[in-house]
Design a protein around this ligand. Sequence first.
Ligand SMILES: [Ca+2]
Ligand SMILES: [Ca+2]
Ligand SMILES: [Ca+2]
Ligand SMILES: [Ca+2]
Length: 549
Amino acid sequence: MRIFKPMFVAVLATVTLVSCGSIKNLEVPTMDTTVTIEPKKGAISEEQFNQWAHADLVTDTIPGMSLDKAYKFLEGKTGTPIVVAVIDSGIDIEHEDLKDEVWTNPKEIAGNKIDDDKNGYVDDIHGWNFLGGNGVAAPEQLEITRIVAKLNPRFKGKTIDDISDDEKVEFEKYQKYLKAYEASSSKHFKTMNRLVQIGENFAAIKKFLGKDNFTIEDLQAIKTEEQKLQAQIDDILGLMLRGLDEKAYLEYYETQKKNKNYDFDFDGRAIVGDNPTDINDTNYGNPYVIGSVEDESHGTHVSGIILATRNNGIGMNGVATNVKLMSVRAVPDGDERDKDVALAIRYAVDNGAKVINMSFGKSFSPYRNWVFDAIKYAEKHDVLLVHAAGNDNKDIDVKDNWPNDSSDKINEFADNVLTVGAISVNYNEKLPATFSNYGQKNVDIFAPGVQIYSTIPQNNYAKYSGTSMASPETAGIAALIRSYYPQLSASQVKHIIMNSGTKLNMKVFKPTSRGQEPELVDFSTLSVTGRIVNAYNALVLADRMVNKR
Ligand SMILES: [Ca+2]
Ligand SMILES: [Ca+2]
Ligand SMILES: [Ca+2]
Ligand SMILES: [Ca+2]
């Protein structure tokens, strides 16, 4: 229930456009969309909360994207079907709320082991899986692990005195990488050590009791003078009193053991069979885009946000309609390979995608030039890339976050990439997601990305948070614009979304890690635009540009 009315309603400024021969040459005007309304008081219903990203700030006092209003604006207008590629983990394209929206390669015959359309990919009927395997998970190292592992044979255990003069520069780099690896991995190894210790404690108690199953009462009844055993009993008793039994422990331990992020010796490419350091070795992967429905849900969640079937009475509503989903599996459980990212972008471009969602990123990118080239290739072919800003609550004007459309974090080398930070449902100082990366030069705009309800494998649904969710919310709007206003270029759509977002002149907490004192800053300092994505405004602006009103 609405508690009170907005104090002040935003009025769209009149946008005057110079008449121009070609729409493609039109510069995108800026909309004055400043909104000042009182924060919402009182609770939001569950139904409202499940689709808060689609709400309207003015009428609902929820900082959503005004999607319902956008669809009212589109009534009576006709869109053309377009293709959106999702480069991600596996995607459950058989999901009840996605299956009707899946792209099928019209020139490919499935399963005949022939590359019918001669695009270089055999039987690529719904997209491509660059990670190999069929129905299995894709564990991987982090990029920092790969970098250190490659240098270990030369430098591991050595001090500067052991190093020849011509290797000193490389050695210093190695030490820097090793430090980054250690900082990044310490939590993981601490957890693993603790899990091993819990296992030993379970085993010691079982041995002492002479039985495999025991209860809290059994533990409380033990009398022993042995200090070590007593400590082990106290440890396990503490866990069991908090509801954790051995079964739950073993399940958690098994999932942690699957984590290969920091394992120097793991070869994530064994299952793929290519040489990941050779961009010309392109003959790899397979058509099985679903991946593991047990271990991978990210790609399915992202896809649902963009295009889950609207108003079909099940699940949820995606942002866009008239859009077909091209699935490109390239993001493992670990850091994605630059080669896969570059080839995935090229695959999507070559096979007709107009928008590509990229909800992934990493701090180290040894072959980033391959990705830069792919971004420029997409720009040349008029394809818009929407990219998540990342979840490390860091300033990406200072810290590296790849891919990016700038190699120096100052100048963009292409004009077809939109980088999106995440906001929460809170229309107050807590608006930015605490995890979201930010940057006045390198984050373009913010969009809903906290507690977003969407599809996960096997006809399930869940709420996830991340800039991974803010990116597809925005990609969905880009898809809507490109469907209804196909005359506009990728770059124009980028700037339409940026220039039409709702401008918020308010103080917010800068994203910080837990335990750090939050700092109040102007929302405008966290991105290029100081705006949050608005579907309605974007479509109005697109319409004005195309119809010159
Ligand atoms: Ca093919
Ligand atoms: Ca075929
Ligand atoms: Ca639905
Ligand atoms: Ca940029």
